[in-house]
Design a protein around this ligand. Structure first.
Ligand code: TYD
Length: 205
């Protein structure tokens, strides 16, 4: 059986993890082996990089930040994701290179296309078979997070206009690659979203 690499994208609080878990459970019920992933921090090295990039006190230069995400990604793909997909497993991951384009590009300092090229170099051009974008307006995402969290990472603490730019960058990426993306309206009921996702994945199996 051919392996698959499926990624979930969306703003903070858009419900990526919930949907990723539901999809993983359903695929396991179909007899598939599922590997769960996330970025940053999907590997042992990645956990150290995650702590630096999300929680280090003090300024990190934008290019350095982009390269830390790319380093995490390079190691995750080379040591975990690519071997699993090659052996026929399905990797379901929270966030991938589209996060870098949307977030690092939204700081206005870096060009989204350049950020994407760095990730493509880091991963030897490894793109997901399917990317599910849970689209959410930035105010709703923020309200959901405020309800459950006490510790905000560097990006969660950014202002609303930053998150609005992240959202429009995501939508632009989805428009550019409609065959890779499934865009869903995140506030819809969890079960309905899960059913739409299953239908799209079923077509790939
Ligand atoms: P995380 O805490 O893993 O979860 P959530 O998706 O629930 O927010 O997200 C970590 C943060 O990292 C998130 O605010 C987006 C950011 N990020 C980037 O800026 N660039 C990237 O390439 C990746 C993978 C994440």
């Amino acid at each position: 059986m051919a392996g698959l690499f499926i990624t979930f994208e969306g703003g903070d609080g858009s419900g990526k993890t919930t949907q990723a878990e539901l999809l993983a459970t359903w695929l396991e019920e179909q007899g598939r082996t599922v590997v769960r992933g996330r970025e940053p921090g999907g590997t042992d090295l990645g956990l150290e990089l995650r702590e630096i990039v999300l929680h280090r006190r003090g300024h990190i230069a934008p290019r350095a930040e982009a390269l830390i995400y790319a380093a995490d990604r390079a190691h995750n793909i080379a040591t975990k994701v690519r071997p699993a997909v090659d052996s026929g497993d399905i990797v379901i991951q929270d966030r991938y290179l589209d996060s870098s384009v949307a977030y690092q590009g939204a700081g206005r300092v870096l060009d989204g296309g350049e950020v994407r090229d760095i990730s493509l170099w880091a991963t030897e051009g490894f793109l997901p078979h399917l990317t599910i974008l849970l689209d959410l307006d930035e105010t709703t995402g923020r309200e959901r997070l405020d309800g459950v969290r006490t510790r905000f990472d560097r990006l969660e603490a950014e202002k609303a206009d930053f998150h609005a730019r992240v959202r429009s960058a995501y939508l632009e990426l989805a428009r550019a690659e409609p065959e890779r993306f499934l865009v869903l309206d995140a506030p819809r009921p969890v079960d309905e979203l899960a059913a739409d996702i299953r239908a799209r994945v079923e077509a790939l199996l």
